[in-house]
Design a protein around this ligand. Structure first.
Ligand code: 5RP
Length: 218
């Protein structure tokens, strides 16, 4: 199986976590896209979805899945999304698709975060994948200096503007021993909107796509 086939298998396996008659949270990226395509097959059995990006909203709408604004939704049973890296404690790096802020907001309203990932995303220590940080444009140089002081090497993802009108700094060279502490520390830098560590609130379920089949960790 190639990586796309592993992503598709794991995305379809997540459909059993979608309760009937509910509004669910939907992530962003190629794995989430396979999930959205699978969700289309049960669109008459759910109330709808809250999207974590304009791209996912467009794909959901194209399948005729009703979209809800997060402000209309008090709680959701589940949020399903991919990750760039995930460790044994289900802490993640996300934001390779620049949707980290909305992903963190939408997932925070869900009772269960189901991470769908191919086996390449499982790592012993987070940080080989450069950590995305969403930054207010005016603060780019200031935040870059602060991230350097933390031991990272920030690189501006030039040409990318997030759905919120901000920029992304990708921080290279971090070996993240304490993800929740670093997540909180980076969020304290003035000008940071959020960072791609999902560790203060990790996933509750990991579906891992392996050549031997989908492995479930809860
Ligand atoms: C987007 C994300 C994605 O979940 C992450 O980048 C994984 O993407 P893919 O499923 O395409 O490998 O965080 O901001």
């Amino acid at each position: 199986m190639n990586q796309d086939e592993l992503k598709q298998a794991v995305a379809l396996a997540a459909l059993v976590y979608v309760p009937e008659g509910e509004i669910i949270g939907v992530g962003t990226g190629s794995t989430a896209n396979f999930f959205i395509d699978g969700l289309a097959g049960m669109r008459d059995r759910i109330r709808g979805a809250v999207a974590s990006s304009e791209a996912s909203a467009k794909r959901l709408a194209a399948h005729g899945i009703p979209l809800f604004d997060l402000n209309e939704v008090e709680s959701m049973p589940v949020y399903v999304d991919g990750a760039d890296e995930i460790d044994a404690g289900f802490c993640m790096i996300k934001g390779g698709g620049a949707a980290l802020t909305r992903e963190k907001i939408v997932s925070s309203v869900a009772r269960r975060f189901v991470c769908i990932a191919d086996a390449s995303k499982k790592v012993p220590v987070l940080g080989k994948f450069p950590l995305p940080v969403e930054v207010i444009p005016l603060a780019r140089a200031h935040v870059a200096r602060a991230l350097t002081a933390l031991g990272g090497r920030p690189v501006w993802r030039e040409g990318v503007v997030t759905d919120n009108g901000n920029i992304i700094l990708d921080v290279h060279g971090l070996a993240i021993a304490e993800p929740a502490r670093l997540e909180a520390e980076i969020n304290q830098i003035v000008g940071v909107v959020t960072n791609g560590l999902f560790a203060v609130r990790p996933a509750e379920v990991l579906l891992l796509g392996t050549p031997e089949g989908v492995q479930v960790f809860e």
